[in-house]
Design a protein around this ligand. Structure first.
Ligand code: TRP
Length: 336
């Protein structure tokens, strides 16, 4: 049976190569398997840390345009903005009744993000994982494509669904499975290959953005940190994180295995050839996306219309779940 696929993505125009290889290409592929595939731009989650309202609106549209440019097709998936579908916030509240405060307090992401806040640690930051659970559970999705960093949130989501069913009725909510991307999870910072490529923790030179122009992309790859093996050896190995990263990125964007990349570069003179090959492949992969992005991003009316149509489809599914949940919990008037 085709799975219901659900994933959420943060609203930012600064999507990087790890997001692209790990999440975005997986979203595109999910359109052929999901029944339906549902993708949500999580503007409500973005309000849990300091942010600017006008900026948030703009970043949602950036993200929408990037996803469409990458190949999401509103006819073949449901693409919408979280804040457009009130069922998410309602279910979030209802799920707090089966969520332990202690568990929320222990979440690593909460600990890290609350330590990083300068002014206010909002209650929203604590409730972030409950809203995320509501996102998925509202659609009774079976499959959630997200990175390794979301494992703890997925575990909590599964606990919440299980506890909810035990308390209010077996089978009411679906306990979802995480689907971790094979390669994307491993895309590393080009300057510090021992850590993941990331918008927040990484270096500007080590992070390749989906919207970087070809010259910038080539420059970043040419300056990528490799190692000082003499003679240089192109192979994947734990103690060669820089080279492994370049090989894996090249393999991912070319749609081949790391082994065949290594074979192909067997006669390379040093790491320069590898850096140029991966830079060119990434630039070539992203060029058509960037071209489509520019065509889409300016027409904000059209983007809003796509999001509104997606929200209507999302609401049609989520409202059924919410009616069942309210009835089971004894909330609101009895069902007629
Ligand atoms: N927390 C996720 C992230 O930072 C984004 C997200 C929000 C999400 N709601 C979701 C992912 C639901 C999967 C399912 O990447």
């Amino acid at each position: 049976m085709a799975p219901i696929i659900f994933s959420g993505i943060q609203p930012t125009g600064r999507k990087h190569l790890g997001n692209y290889i790990g999440a975005i290409t997986q979203y595109v592929a999910g359109q052929d398997r999901g029944e339906p595939a549902i993708y949500c731009i999580v503007d409500l989650h973005a309000t849990t840390v300091a942010y600017d309202p006008a900026e948030l609106r703009a970043r949602v549209l950036d993200t929408t345009a990037i996803l469409l440019a990458a190949g999401l097709d509103p006819e073949r998936c449901i693409l919408f903005r979280q804040g457009d579908v009130a069922e998410h916030t309602e279910l979030c509240w209802l799920l707090t009744s089966v969520t332990a405060l202690g568990e929320l307090n222990r979440m690593h992401q909460f600990r890290d993000k609350s330590a990083a806040q300068r002014e206010l640690v909002s209650a929203g930051l604590l409730l972030y994982p409950v809203l995320m659970a509501a996102d998925v559970l509202a659609y009774r999705a079976g499959e959630v494509p997200v990175g390794e960093d979301q494992r703890e949130h997925l575990e909590l989501m599964r606990d919440i669904a299980t506890r909810f069913n035990a308390r209010f009725g077996e089978g009411l909510l679906v306990v979802p499975e995480q689907r971790i991307p094979a390669v994307g999870a491993r895309v590393r910072d080009l300057q510090s290959p021992e850590r993941k490529m990331s918008t927040t923790g990484g270096s500007e030179q080590g992070t390749v953005y989906v919207l970087d122009d070809a010259t910038t992309i080539m420059k970043k790859f040419k300056r990528a940190v490799t190692d000082s093996d003499d003679p240089p050896v192109i192979r994947c190995d734990e103690d060669k994180p820089g080279v492994t990263n370049l090989v894996e990125i090249l393999a991912a964007v070319s749609g081949v295995s790391s082994d065949s990349v290594v074979q192909e570069l067997a006669s390379a003179r040093g790491y320069g050839d590898l850096k140029v090959a991966v830079g060119e492949a990434v630039a070539a992969e992203l060029a058509p996306l960037q071209e489509r992005y520019r065509g889409l991003r300016d027409d904000e009316v059209a983007l809003e219309a796509i999001l509104a149509a997606g929200a209507a489809k999302a609401r049609a599914i989520a409202s059924v779940t919410l009616a069942d949940v309210r009835a089971a919990m004894g909330v609101g008037p009895p069902r007629g």
